[in-house]
Design a protein around this ligand. Structure first.
Ligand code: NAD
Length: 398
C-alpha cells in the first residue's frame, strides 16, 4: 500500500511518459524529414500493462521512450507483431535506423531481414543476450549490436537459485498436490533432497554464473565448480570457494546440479544433446536460464522421461513464444515431477525493467550524439565482435 501511495503522489518518469502518450493511437508518429525511424518489438502487456505502468518492456508502455524520441523529431514504431513476411516488424524494418527488441519476445533479426533493412545502423537489446540478431550478418553490414549489460543479471541469478531449490526439493509436485486437495508426504519426499553437500557446476562464469555461485555459497554445497574458457579472477575464486574444471564432460560427471549461464552462439547451440547429457550423473538436475536453443528439446524431454535427469527447469525456450506443443511444457520424470519451466520472465522483473529501459535510452542517446558506447554494452561494432562472451575467436586484423 505504501508503495502505491508513494507512486501515486510522485509519478515516475515512466508514468509521466505513459500518461503523455497513452492517448495516442498505436503507431502514431511525428516524422520530420531527416529524422530516424526507431522500431521497437516488445511483448504484449494487455490489461496488466495498463494497470502496472512499471511494465516498461511492454508494447503499451514502450520502454518509456515515446515522448523523449518524438520530442526530438524521431519516429517511434512499437509493435509485438514479429512473425511472418507480412508482420509489422517486416513492414517497418525496411527503413528503420534502430531496432530495439527484448529477449523475452525476441524479434529474430535474420540475415534476410538485415539485408532488406537499408537504413539499419543499430540493433539494441533491452536486456542481456543478443543472439536473436544474426551477428555474422550484422558484422558484414557493420551494424552496432548493443545490449544493456548487467541490467538483469541479479534477477536471473536469483531465478536460477530458486529453480535449483525448486527441483532439488521437489516443490512443484508438492504444491500441485495440495492445490488438488490431496495429502501424501511419501509421494513427495521420495524425490526430495537437501542442496547441502551436493556438487553444483556452472557452464560459464560470466556475470550471471558468478552471481549464482556467490548466492549458493550460503548453502554449504560439497563443491562449486565451473567450466569457462575465460578463468575467473583467482581472488574471486577464493572468495566464492569455487574450482575451475577445464573439461566440460569431466565437470558434468561430478555434478548433482548443473546450471547453464553461457550466451547462445555457434559453440553453444545444441550443446546439451543426448551425447553430452549421457556424461552427466544419472539423476542430476539441469537448470537453463541462458537460452533454450543451447539444449536439444527432444533429448532433454527423453532424458527426463528416462530418469537420466531428475529435473529440468528454467525460463528460456526456442522459439519464443513457445509453441503449445513444445515438449518442455508437459515433460515429467518417472515420478511425475522434475519440471520447473516458466515463461521467459527471470530477467524482466519490475526492478530489471527500470534498469534495461534506462540503459536502452542511454545507448540511443549516445548513438544520437555520436558518442562512444559504454564498452561492456557493445556486442559487435564496425564489423567485429567487441566481446569475448560469444565464443573464442581471433580478433580480426584492423
Ligand atoms: P557474460 O557476458 O557476463 O558472461 C558470459 C560467459 O559465458 C563468459 O564468461 C564467456 O566466457 C562464457 N562462455 C561463452 N561461451 C562459452 C562456452 N561455450 N563454454 C563455457 N563458457 C562460455 O553474460 P551474462 O550477463 O552472464 O549472461 C549470460 C547469458 O545469460 C546471456 O548471454 C543470455 O543468453 C542469458 N540471459 C538470460 C536472461 C533471462 O531472462 N533468462 C537474462 C539475462 C541473460
Amino acid at each position: 500500500i505504501a508503495s502505491t501511495i508513494n507512486r501515486a503522489a510522485r509519478p515516475t518518469v515512466s508514468q509521466l511518459a505513459h500518461q503523455a502518450t497513452s492517448s495516442l493511437p498505436r503507431n502514431f508518429s511525428t516524422t520530420t524529414p531527416n529524422n530516424m525511424k526507431v522500431l521497437a518489438v516488445l511483448y504484449e502487456g494487455g490489461k496488466h500493462a495498463v494497470e502496472e505502468s512499471r511494465l516498461l518492456g511492454t508494447v503499451q508502455n514502450e520502454l518509456g521512450l515515446r515522448k523523449w524520441l518524438e520530442d526530438q523529431g524521431h519516429e517511434y514504431i512499437v509493435t509485438s507483431d514479429k512473425e511472418g513476411a507480412n508482420s509489422e516488424l517486416d513492414k517497418h524494418i525496411v527503413d528503420a535506423e534502430i531496432v530495439i527488441s527484448t529477449p523475452f519476445h525476441p524479434a529474430y533479426i535474420t540475415r534476410e531481414r538485415i539485408e532488406k533493412a537499408k537504413n539499419l545502423k543499430a540493433c539494441i537489446t533491452a536486456g542481456v543476450g543478443s543472439d536473436h540478431v544474426d551477428l555474422t550478418a550484422a558484422n558484414e553490414k557493420g551494424l552496432l549490436v548493443a545490449e544493456v549489460t548487467g541490467s538483469n543479471v541479479v534477477s536471473v541469478a536469483e531465478h536460477v537459485v530458486m529453480t535449483i531449490l525448486n527441483l532439488v526439493r521437489n516443490f512443484v509436485p508438492a504444491h500441485e498436490q495440495v492445490m488438488a486437495g490431496n495429502w501424501n508426504v511419501a509421494e513427495i519426499a521420495r524425490g526430495a533432497f537437501d542442496l547441502e553437500n551436493k556438487v553444483v557446476g556452472t557452464v560459464a562464469i560470466g556475470r550471471i554464473g558468478e552471481r549464482v555461485l556467490r548466492r549458493l555459497k550460503a548453502f554449504d554445497c560439497k563443491e562449486l565448480l565451473y567450466f569457462d574458457y575465460q578463468a575467473l579472477d583467482p581472488q574471486k575464486e577464493k572468495e566464492i570457494g569455487c574450482r575451475r574444471i577445464n573439461d566440460l564432460k569431466e565437470m558434468l560427471s561430478q555434478c548433482d546440479v548443473v546450471t547453464i549461464n553461457a550466451p547462445l552462439s555457434e559453440s553453444t547451440k545444441g550443446m546439451f544433446n543426448k551425447e553430452l547429457i549421457s556424461h552427466m550423473k544419472k539423476g542430476a538436475f539441469l537448470v537453463n536460464t541462458a537460452r533454450g536453443a543451447i539444449c536439444n528439446e527432444n533429448d532433454i524431454a527423453d532424458a527426463l522421461a528416462s530418469g537420466q535427469l531428475s529435473g529440468y527447469g528454467g525460463d528460456v525456450w526456442y522459439p519464443q513464444p513457445a509453441p503449445k506443443d513444445h515438449p518442455w511444457r508437459k515433460m515429467r520424470n518417472p515420478l511425475g515431477g522434475g519440471n520447473a519451466m516458466t515463461p521467459h520472465y527471470s530477467g524482466t522483473t519490475l526492478d530489471a525493467q527500470i534498469r534495461y529501459a534506462q540503459g536502452t535510452k542511454d545507448i540511443i542517446e549516445r548513438y544520437i550524439k555520436g558518442e562512444e558506447q559504454n564498452p561492456p554494452d557493445v556486442i559487435v561494432e564496425k564489423g567485429d565482435y567487441a566481446t569475448k562472451a560469444y565464443g573464442q575467436r581471433e580478433k580480426k586484423k584492423q
